[in-house]
Ligand binder design. Structure first.
Ligand code: MG
Length: 394
């Protein structure tokens, strides 16, 4: 397999952004832009190593942004982007082994997706260069040379065959190194232009509109909105019953309540937490409580049901999801639930790590009818809503 290195260019000083920090070090939904870009490549199966080109004067910012990711030493950039890339390539050429392929990426494109990266890598099988790009959708107008804020239209430009270039821009390593050496000082706007100047064929690989460059405050806000968007809101339901047997207490929604009978079950028979657990599992299509915690498994004998609920919450967190609310109704003649309701809400809130105002516990009787009315057991039903994010790298 060819050795493929991602070279992330983060040496810009962010003059256009105007803020106190260069844009690649700004926080985007709580994570530095550069860290998001690095993670997109670090986790990619087609990438063997990630190297980052920085302004050495910004070393403290770099360490704060990507510390603990275990990256090799950053490479020193130059006065402008083209010079920074050339210096990065020269540094890679001095290492052993030098890469076979390099994907050059703007640190300020944190929303690059895995399919685009894979597409650029695959295209390098057929050509020495390949770049992420999107075909133009808007009609292009040429503005008259004069006319102030609202210049006259001087003509319509045929957009046929026009694409907007993004990054990654991938190349076989030796030819792009030679092309950059030859183009040093030429002020070309991207690496594909450097390759073209050297006569290297470059392929266009369809990318995503979301792989835009964060250049302005409005771009940062747009990227933040995309990252925090709820792609899906899902609701699950749960239902559970346990019968009464000998005992001196019941456990309902994590709260021990003295009673003249107990509830029979393999675990602590907490119908409330079981119903909520099933509602949460149902919201993410993850089966039911019996699949995750088989009643035949001795390790759950007498177990506190907190663990079941926490497990469901963990599965949701692992998908980047958030619990919007849970709502449970306990169906019983006795014991009286009212005096324990606040404690139940607090306990569920604690186990799920969600605010108490997102937890609801209600109770009803069945007016003496049915098994709950005859006080043979307790039933519980629950609903839960979960917000799942769009699929993308963390
Ligand atoms: Mg149960």
């Amino acid at each position: 397999m060819p050795l493929t290195v991602a070279l992330i260019v983060a040496a810009g000083r962010g003059l256009r952004f105007g803020g106190p920090l260069p844009k690649q070090y700004r926080l985007l939904a709580g994570v530095p832009v550069l860290r998001r870009s690095a993670l997109a490549y670090l986790g990619h199966p087609g990438i063997d190593a990630v190297r980052i080109v920085i302004d050495p004067a910004a070393r403290d910012l770099y360490d704060a942004a990507v510390g603990a990711l275990g990256l090799p030493e950053p490479l020193a950039g130059g006065a402008d982007r083209q010079e920074s890339v050339r210096r990065g390539l020269e540094a890679l050429a001095r290492e052993a082994p030098a890469p076979d392929r390099v994907l050059i990426h703007d640190a300020a494109r944190p929303l690059v997706d895995a399919a685009t990266i894979a597409g650029v890598i695959a295209a390098l099988d057929d050509a020495p260069g390949a770049i992420a790009a999107v075909p133009l959708a808007d009609t292009l107008k040429r503005a008259a040379a004069s006319g102030g804020d609202r210049p006259a239209v001087a003509g319509t430009v045929d957009r046929g065959g026009l694409w907007r270039a993004q990054t990654p821009q991938g190349f076989r390593f030796p030819p792009i190194l030679h092309a950059h050496r030859a183009a040093a000082g030429a002020a070309l706007t991207d690496d594909a232009a450097v390759a073209e100047a050297a006569g290297l064929p470059v392929r266009l690989v369809p990318s995503s509109e979301e792989n835009f460059k964060v250049t302005t405050e409005a771009d940062l806000a747009r990227a933040e909105a995309l990252l925090t968007a709820v792609a899906e809101s899902r609701t699950g339901t749960g239902f559970d019953v346990h019968r009464f047997g000998p005992g001196d207490h019941v456990v309902l929604c994590g709260v021990r309540i003295p009673h003249d009978r107990g509830l029979v079950g393999h675990s602590d028979a907490d119908v409330g937490l079981h119903a909520i657990t099933d509602a949460l599992l149902g919201a993410i299509g993850a089966g039911d409580i019996g699949q995750h915690f088989p009643p035949t498994d001795p390790q759950w004998r007498g177990a506190a049901s907190d663990a079941f609920l926490a497990h469901a919450a963990g599965l949701i967190a692992a998908r980047g999801g958030r619990i919007v609310h849970v709502d449970v109704t306990l169906i019983a003649e006795r014991p009286k639930i009212g005096p324990h309701r606040d404690a139940m809400v607090d306990r569920i809130s604690e186990i799920l790590a969600v605010p108490a105002d997102r937890v609801s516990v209600k109770a009803t009787t069945t007016e003496g009818l049915g098994f709950t009315g005859r006080r043979e057991g307790i039933a519980a039903q629950a609903a839960a809503t979960v917000a799942l994010p769009p699929a993308r790298p963390a």
